[in-house]
Design a protein around this ligand. Structure first.
Ligand code: AMP
Ligand code: MG
Length: 406
């Protein structure tokens, strides 16, 4: 009998037992997309490094334009041009304006820019400014984007394209990162053979190994696929023993509590700790084992392909992200209307595979019903409808939380 535990409880418990980040190192910023920072990044300079105009027009002292309007323009002397890519040679004196392009450096003494559209040069060396601007208007101040000493990005943050742009913008061309954890993948089952083999009578090809391996790759981990092992205790022990050279181990099949299910026993036979959770209040995915062996995460996933993938997405991925060093932000569901009744039993979380469509200005989730032993339901699905622990089901047309695949 499995002692089921809610996924959130299992995650909290295991996070407390597993250290965050395997090993820190450095990476060039250019190649750091998807890597996790191992320290805060503090800006060593101001961005932008000088005050810049955000419009094509004239750099001015805002006070010189006060009260100006189309019928009563302020007349200012044009004292020169700001050239792009260099600092103005002279400061701006009172009663003067300088022509400035978008992105040009504001001369000393100027505190605003007026858009070209509001200005007219009659040809006598002056400009008629037909509208007032306030101090700071149409200008990005020095350090307004990022100021020296600001924490730009935090330890545990997974780098995205915009982050890399900002880092390079500040001249930070290499970053402290956690190395990607290496995660072993093992498939078990007397009936399971590698895809390259021809399955004999009563046998099937390994589907979990390749799917889990690919999930790891997608999630920024380094998968180590160790192949298929029969349901023999010694063979499983050997495979897990050699997998423990890596940072975590994921085994599929044999994770329940039957006489041929040996993964939990084997996890318990190694090193310190052993099985922490055997059974999740989750459907599909209930017969999942979460163990810690000498500080490393070891997971037994169910054999049914959809169950294995749901358990991976909901219970394993968050822990792998923790091991990868990430401080995991909560997943954000989208809301959709469920196109049919789904029954559920309070006491377990359910993830119902679904497709999505827009109809009448609304998002609709169409549940894909099918046994968890089928992988084709996962292929047709684009997301999961989430029914929380206390849900007794949902009626057709009700709003549900939907989690998109990646
Ligand atoms: P088990 O969890 O070992 O009892 O397996 C449950 C079901 O999943 C059985 O029908 C297995 O044949 C199937 N199964 C187990 N491992 C795999 C695998 N790697 N790929 C595809 N199906 C599997
Ligand atoms: Mg099996």
């Amino acid at each position: 009998m499995l002692q089921v535990v809610p996924v959130s409880e299992a995650l909290e418990h295991l996070r407390g037992m597993l250290s965050r980040g395997v090993k820190s190192g450095r990476a060039s910023t250019m190649s750091a997309l998807g890597l996790v920072l191992s320290a805060d990044i503090v800006a060593g300079e101001d961005l932008p490094p000088f005050a810049r105009s955000t419009v094509d027009g004239y750099a001015v002292r805002a006070a010189d334009t006060f009260g100006a309007s189309e019928s009563m323009p302020a007349i200012l002397d044009v004292s020169g041009d700001v050239a792009m890519g260099s600092l103005p040679g002279a400061p701006l004196s009172g009663g003067c304006a300088m022509r400035i392009p978008t992105g040009g450096a504001l001369p000393e003494g100027a505190d605003a820019a007026v858009m070209l559209e509001y200005c007219e040069e009659p040809g006598d060396g002056t400009v008629a400014v037909g509208g007032a601007v306030g101090p700071g208007e149409n200008v990005i101040r020095r350090g307004e984007d990022v100021a020296t000493g600001d924490v730009l990005l935090k330890d545990g943050h997974r780098l995205r394209p915009q982050d890399l742009g900002a880092l390079e913008g500040l001249g930070i061309i290499s970053v402290p990162i956690y190395e990607k954890p290496r995660v072993a993948v093992i498939s078990t089952g007397d009936e399971v053979v590698r895809a390259s083999e021809c399955p004999g009578p009563g046998r099937i090809r390994d589907m979990n190994g390749p799917a889990i391996r690919a999930s790891l790759e997608r999630d920024g981990l380094v998968p180590e696929y160790l192949g298929v092992v029969p349901d023999e205790r010694g063979r499983i022990e050997d495979a897990i023993g050699s997998a423990l050279q890596f940072d975590a181990v994921l085994v599929s099949g044999g994770s329940s509590a039957g006489p041929r299910d040996m993964v939990a026993l084997v996890f318990d036979s190694f090193g310190r700790q052993g099985v922490v959770v055997h059974g999740l209040a989750l459907r599909p995915g209930k017969p999942t084992i979460m163990a810690v062996i000498d500080g490393k995460l070891a997971v037994g996933l169910p054999g049914h392909p959809s169950s294995a993938l749901v358990a991976y997405e909901t219970a394993v991925r968050p822990l792998l992200r923790h091991i990868a060093g990430e401080i995991v932000p909560a997943g954000i569901p989208v809301r959709a209307r469920c196109s049919r009744n789904i029954s559920s039993r309070p006491g377990r979380e359910e993830f119902v595979r679904c497709s999505l469509r827009r109809d009448g200005g609304e998002m609709w989730a169409d549940p894909i019903l099918g046994k968890s032993g089928l992988i084709s339901t996962m292929i047709r699905a684009r997301a999961f409808i989430h029914l929380p622990l206390d849900s007794g089901g949902v009626g057709k047309g009700s709003l549900v939380d939907v989690y998109l695949f990646d």
